[in-house]
Design a protein around this ligand. Structure first.
Ligand code: NAD
Ligand code: UDP
Ligand code: UDP
Length: 343
């Protein structure tokens, strides 16, 4: 083994970025924490498809084996049931750190656990990255901007976040995770990347996760009213999952630390989203208004000029193109659920 790119498994740890041009990309060993979840499982598919070895670490809090079952039996794929709050020893080249519940319903279910996942989980993965010299990517969130006073949000905006509210376990947790990431970068020389992800949707979202797109799509398929919280005039920007996964990989492979906003700048009110869901699934669907949750951000829209310029990345799939791509998956799972109940 001459230490250069080879078809064989590398014996020593090295950096993907150091592979000499022209020899071809060496196979990397990559950890994806939270890889049994919605975004993680799509990322795992992309990494395995391009020929890398992938280890998923997941405690199955919101993730499901079904999201990865089509990869079972692939010798380049390994699934470890493990909670990132506990230390772990592994040898890899890159760490994509996604482990953390993302839906408000899930992260509020056990807020202390959410904080521990964000702080202790991120600390452990950074400690791991430091020990083995791996590159580390944090999936942060647009929630670090809180209820933003700047619109659209640029990466330079510091946010407007309630430190003692119901959402704080998640948004303050992610802010601390960003701080830890930058401190390991500055203090220990760890190669880090930070993505701030805006609302993302697609196949494999949990049916019962309470997020607006999964709620509306499941409700329309089940012939239930679409539940609009508050007056429905609050806005969000919805990104299709394959666009996000392309962005995360582009960021990991780039030479830029970030943070980078990753989202689709198309901005919709919840009432407009309900209309698009009606057009896509069932034009006879009705709307039911419900009280809104505490500290709900009034608007959210990414400024993605930084990612466009430095990563040459931007989303390709509009909401009207993306929504139909998740309907088949949702229909199948809802049908299976009904069959399970003997309906
Ligand atoms: P998800 O809930 O589907 O996936 C999270 C995964 O992490 C699940 O598989 C879960 O079981 C696992 N997990 C949670 N706590 C863990 C722990 N302590 N140890 C090990 N595994 C654990 O959510 P997602 O939408 O796929 O989100 C993935 C990441 O992207 C999260 O970090 C989330 O904060 C971030 N993000 C997502 C969105 C979005 O709209 N989907 C927006 C902003 C940020
Ligand atoms: N850690 C880990 N795997 C490793 C190396 C470290 O899980 O391969 C954990 C370790 O248990 C610690 C955290 O990462 O809780 C931070 O590690 P670091 O070495 O930075 O700090 P220290 O152990 O000195 O507190
Ligand atoms: N929302 C809604 N109906 C639902 C679920 C959510 O109107 O059934 C609203 C919610 O109040 C918020 C927006 O949709 O204003 C996005 O909520 P989600 O939980 O999807 O993500 P967030 O951006 O708040 O993390």
């Amino acid at each position: 083994h001459n230490g250069q790119a080879s078809a064989h498994y590398p014996r020593t740890l090295g950096k993907v970025g150091r592979v000499p041009a022209g020899i071809g990309r060496r196979r990397s060993r990559i950890v994806v924490t939270g890889g049994a979840g919605f975004v993680g499982s799509h990322l795992v598919d992309k990494l395995l498809d391009r020929g890398d070895d992938v280890i998923v670490i997941d405690n199955f809090f919101t993730g499901r084996k079904e999201n990865l079952v089509h990869r079972f039996g692939d010798p380049r794929f390994e699934l470890i049931r493990h909670d990132v709050v506990e230390p772990i020893l592994l040898e890899v080249d890159q760490i994509y750190h996604l482990a953390c519940p993302a839906s408000p319903v899930h992260y509020k279910y056990n807020p202390v656990k959410t904080i521990k996942t964000n702080v202790m989980g991120t600390l452990n993965m950074l400690g791991l990255a430091k020990r083995i010299g791996a590159r580390f990517l944090l999936t942060s969130t647009s929630e670090v901007y809180g209820d933003p006073l700047e619109h659209p949000q640029k990466e330079t905006y510091w946010g407007n976040v309630n430190p003692i509210g119901e959402r704080s376990c998640y948004d303050e947790g992610k802010r601390t995770a960003e701080t830890l990431t930058m401190d390991y970068h500055r203090g220990a020389g760890v190669e880090v990347r930070i993505a701030r992800i805006f609302n993302t949707y697609g196949p494999r979202m949990c049916l019962d996760d309470g997020r607006v797109v999964s709620n509306f799509v499941a409700q329309a398929i089940r012939k239930e009213p679409l539940t609009v919280y508050g007056d429905g005039k609050q806005t969000r920007s919805f990104q299709y999952v394959s666009d996000l996964v392309d962005g995360l990989v582009a960021l990991m492979e780039s030479e830029h630390v970030g943070p980078f906003n990753m989202g689709n700048p198309g901005e919709f009110t919840m009432l407009e989203l309900a209309e698009v869901v009606k057009e896509t699934i069932d034009s006879s669907a009705t709307i039911e208004f419900r009280p809104n949750t505490a500290d709900d951000p009034h608007m959210r829209k990414p400024d993605i000029s930084k990612a466009k310029e430095l990563l040459n990345w931007e989303p390709k799939i509009s909401l009207r193109e993306g929504l139909p791509r998740m309907v088949g998956d949702f229909r199948n799972r809802i049908l299976n659920e009904d069959e399970g109940k003997g309906l």
